[in-house]
Design a protein around this ligand. Structure first.
Ligand code: UD1
Length: 420
């Protein structure tokens, strides 16, 4: 197993190119199940989750070909409809194939994803919405069995909670359904917006893109032709490198990024003392002498993302004063707290609220990554901790960060990948 070894750095300097967004790529790859042609996708990030989904589609009979910057996916040869446990257990987002496979073939079986480090993460809202569209769903022996032999029918769906993959799944199911589907309380994340925009540009009329009410005109099982497209930049990867600059008080320029997707993150960093210069696709963060404490509440887009909570907690350990971080989306997303405490952070937890007293002197030690974003928080802490920090179990990190250690090395970090 690999681990990362990080030594304290005085400052970072240079440019980091942001990769395509993992969370946009996953629904966009699943979307190809709705296409009759071989689809070319540009800017997919080189991360394990993408390989997992491509492997799942290949197992089902699709042809996937990955080159450096262009991936082609052809689902015209897809014949199997069962997403098995061995793949789903490694990536919950495998549930994204349920909507499009059911809509196209009239049946689909997906292993139940089970528990997850950051909380329960049920898929009940996906299933309830598909049932409203006419699917018959049974859970048997750990599998979701979904049937819609006469096809899915458009209807009005009101999500009880905002769900990102739930919205994507139902948008894809609705794309091939008969009639009009309206989704109220839809997710407005940029990743959902890109999925809708591409479908809309390729023959599935969708109104309300980027709002909480989406109206999708189904094609009644007619597969669509999807033109080549390029995945949007990863706003969470970008936010993580902005935190790396802020915590080391460095000047860094991010390229191939969309500042408009980072509103809440930039505004919190500004409150903490950072300054920025932005263009349409770059962000330069300027160093600040003092990092100020903040109050953060994680919520759905456009509010502050839960996927940036752990990284901001690492940053808050270096802020002057007391920061309060409230996690509203996932009940157990504080696994990084005990590892940061082991490095010397002063953090107390009360339910879903963390109180971080800064500024703490951090010391390098052996720490364990517990989930994807928790991993990067430990890397950030390692950049400013005295001595050597070894971050173990980085397979979590490899699920979602494209070449993290290389990108950090290029801007002057002392970080290497080693074998246990
Ligand atoms: C997506 C992102 C993940 C991010 C999360 C929240 C992908 C691949 N993953 O995850 O990185 O942290 O959004 O921004 O895009 N819920 C239910 N029932 C459901 C579905 C969700 O109760 O059927 C709850 C969840 O437990 C959670 C909340 O709704 O408390 C939001 O979850 P959701 O938006 O669905 O997260 P994911 O789409 O899994």
């Amino acid at each position: 197993m690999d681990y990362l070894q990080i030594k304290r750095v005085n400052s970072l300097n240079g440019n980091i190119k942001i990769s395509g967004a993992k969370n946009a790529s996953l629904p966009l790859i699943a979307m190809v199940i709705l296409a009759k042609n071989s689809v070319s996708i540009k800017n997919l990030p080189h991360v394990a989750d993408i390989n997992t989904l491509l492997k799942l589609l290949s197992n089902l009979g699709a042809k996937c070909n990955r080159e450096e910057d262009i991936t082609t996916v052809d689902t015209s040869t897809l014949t199997q409809t069962k997403a098995t446990y061995d793949i789903v257990k490694t990536m919950r987002a495998s549930i994204l194939v349920l909507g499009p496979i059911l809509a196209r073939f009239g049946h689909c079986e997906v292993s139940l994803p089970g528990g997850c480090a950051i909380g329960q993460r049920p898929v009940d809202l996906h299933l309830k919405a598909l049932e409203q569209m006419g699917a018959v769903i049974n859970i048997e022996a750990g599998y979701i069995h979904a049937m819609a032999p006469d096809g899915l029918k458009g209807c009005n769906i009101i999500f009880d909670k905002i769900t990102v993959t739930g919205t994507a799944n139902i948008v894809m199911a609705a794309a091939l359904a008969e009639g009009v589907t309206t989704i109220t309380n839809a997710a407005r994340e940029p990743e959902v917006v890109q999925l809708c925009e591409i479908l809309n540009a390729n023959g599935v009329k969708i109104d309300g893109i980027g709002t909480a009410v989406l109206t999708i005109q189904g094609t009644d099982k007619k597969l669509i032709h999807i033109d080549e497209f390029s995945v949007i930049p990863d706003r969470i990867e970008a936010g993580t490198y902005l935190c790396a600059a802020a915590i080391t008080r460095s000047e860094l320029t991010l390229t191939d990024v969309n500042p408009k997707h980072l509103g809440a993150v930039l505004s919190k960093l500004q409150e903490m003392g950072s300054k920025f210069t932005t263009t349409e696709d770059t962000i330069t963060i300027h160093p600040s002498d003092v990092i100020k404490a903040v109050k953060i509440v994680t919520q759905e887009y456009p509010a502050f993302p839960t996927d940036m909570q752990a990284q901001f907690m690492a940053l808050a350990t270096q802020a002057e004063g007391t920061s309060i971080i409230e996690e509203r989306l996932f009940e157990n997303r504080f696994m990084h707290v005990s590892e940061l405490q082991r490095m010397g952070a002063d953090i107390s937890l009360n339910g879903n609220v963390a109180t971080v007293n800064g500024k703490s002197k951090l010391s390098g030690t052996d720490v364990m990554a517990t989930d994807l974003r928790a991993s990067s928080a430990l890397v950030l802490a390692g950049l400013v901790a005295d001595g050597i920090t070894n971050v173990h179990r980085i397979y979590h990190l490899d699920r979602g960060y494209d070449s993290l250690e290389k990108k950090l090395q290029n801007v002057g970090a002392d970080i290497v990948r080693l074998k246990e």
